[in-house]
Design a protein around this ligand. Structure first.
Ligand code: C2E
Ligand code: SIN
Ligand code: SIN
Ligand code: SIN
Ligand code: FE
Ligand code: FE
Length: 409
């Protein structure tokens, strides 16, 4: 075989040596498992053009991928090919459990190590890339691994994977250069940094997506448990608000991940109404001052319900619950925040929520027609609503109206 892994989908040998079926690997177990991707060919260092081909090829595939397992595999392949290494492992940091974990190809759930263990742990801690061409004389290297696997490590590059805001989310580690020199170079390290930075962004999006999927189920479950929200308005109100928020977020320039987060979180803006008595919530007509102030507590109540969760969607939802009745000019509630002190998600959801309230029947009002709604938003831009967002909303009003008509109760 011409040892050229860069032309087409070439043969990839994956050797996963499993000791047993145990799900809970401890560190000694881990030591006797050889991880991830393995390529038996001896290969040349890629030329610049081939390297670009490789990068484009992997980026396309990684960008299409939605499953975390597959993306970890792809990044491992990517890392290995980009520096002509023998093996590559992608570790993800779990801050709550203080571990680094990885998934191995084919069937095994996952492997976990303490977050400060070994070379990967060292990099997770320091945040700096590491290149070691003589591991046996490096105290950070754990020789027991080789002793137990029979594998002979003669070179390592390990470096951090960061998300788009620079936070460390994992470590990519390659072992053993397969170039004739059998040495990793600084160039290799640079190439791997490049690969890790591309991969990091996509990895972040997929991790978030996985969390969103999980959370979505949790939300639906929670709402179902609570019994349907009692105010009659809820039918499709939450679905519509989700769609309007996502649309307005995208128009504003939020990336796919953030607008998806907003879409998932915004329907929970009124969750605090669960704690408002029927006599107020379902009152057929205007509220007294006292009832009104009770009603206004739904913002803080919702925030209090949601704020304890560690899930990113519930954190965003807590923020939205608290901010969705604040007004741009500072006359809103519960706090009277002004302008951009009101969170972006809160400002977006405010428009989505009021639009839906105006366009729909309520126990206390009839739906308004288009013209009256547009007029109201024009009038309240810069007082109630963020003027930039209102402009985007009004410029694209027909798209919002379409959603409203499609999801009519
Ligand atoms: P909601 O029905 O979801 O309304 C959300 C927001 O849409 C309102 O926030 C308000 O900013 C806007 N909105 C809704 N209907 C109208 C309207 O007819 N005219 C105008 N100018 N704006 C409207 P707000 O005022 O803070 O109210 C929060 C929640 O309090 C409402 O949520 C609703 O559940 C309740 N509520 C407000 N007013 C009344 C009322 O007169 N009777 C009853 N039973 N409930 C009310
Ligand atoms: C280590 O991280 O210390 C071990 C490197 C290896 O996987 O061989
Ligand atoms: C943002 O993600 O840009 C704002 C988040 C927020 O306002 O909650
Ligand atoms: C309000 O000011 O109470 C919200 C309704 C509107 O935007 O006119
Ligand atoms: Fe509300
Ligand atoms: Fe609402």
């Amino acid at each position: 075989m011409p040892n050229d892994i860069f032309s087409g989908r070439n043969v990839k040998f994956i050797k996963t040596i499993l000791i047993n079926d145990k799900k809970d690997f401890n560190f000694p177990d881990f030591l006797i498992i050889i991880l991830t991707v393995n390529n038996d060919a001896v290969i040349k260092r890629p030329s610049a053009v081939r390297l670009l081909d490789t990068i484009f090829d992997y980026l396309t595939r990684i960008a299409r991928e939605r499953s975390i397992d597959k993306i970890l595999r792809l990044i491992a392949d990517f890392g290995r090919d980009v520096v002509s290494a023998d093996r590559c492992t992608v570790w993800l940091l779990d801050e709550k459990k203080n571990i680094l974990w990885t998934r191995v190809a084919h069937g095994v759930d996952r492997i976990e190590i303490p977050r400060d263990k070994g070379i990967a742990g060292f990099v997770a801690k320091s945040g700096d890339p590491l290149i070691i061409n003589d591991p046996y004389s490096d105290p950070r290297f754990d020789k027991d691994v080789d002793k137990q696997t029979g594998y002979r490590t003669y070179g390592i590059i390990a470096l951090p994977i960061r998300n788009s805001s620079g936070k460390l989310i994992g470590v990519v580690q390659v072992l053993n250069s397969r170039t004739p020199l059998k040495k990793f170079t600084v160039k290799d390290q640079e190439h791997l940094v490049l690969a890790a930075s591309y991969a990091g962004n996509q990895l972040e999006a997929v991790l978030l997506q996985e969390e969103l999927d999980l959370t979505q189920k949790e939300i639906i479950f929670t709402l179902a448990e609570t019994g349907e929200m009692r105010s009659k308005e809820t039918g499709h109100h939450v679905k519509r608000v989700a769609e309007y928020s996502k649309l307005l977020g995208s128009l504003y320039g939020l990336n796919e991940t953030d607008s998806l987060l907003l879409k998932t979180a915004s329907p929970l803006h009124d969750i605090g109404k669960i704690a408002i008595p029927d006599a107020i919530l379902l009152k057929n007509g205007p509220l007294t001052a006292e009832e009104r102030s009770h009603m206004e507590e739904h913002t803080v109540l919702g925030y209090e319900m949601l704020k304890h969760s560690d899930r990113i969607v519930f954190k965003a939802a807590a923020d939205i619950a608290l901010h969705h009745h604040e007004k741009w000019d500072g006359t809103g509630y519960p706090v009277g925040l002004k302008g951009t002190d009101i969170s972006l998600y809160g400002r977006i959801t405010a428009i989505a929520d009021v639009f839906d309230a105006l366009a729909s029947p309520r126990v206390y009002k009839q739906p308004w027609d288009k013209e009256r709604i547009i007029e109201t938003f024009r009038k309240d831009s810069g007082t109630h609503f963020d003027p930039d967002l209102t402009e985007l909303f009004l410029d694209n009003f027909e798209d919002f109206w379409k959603i409203c008509m499609q999801l009519k109760d």
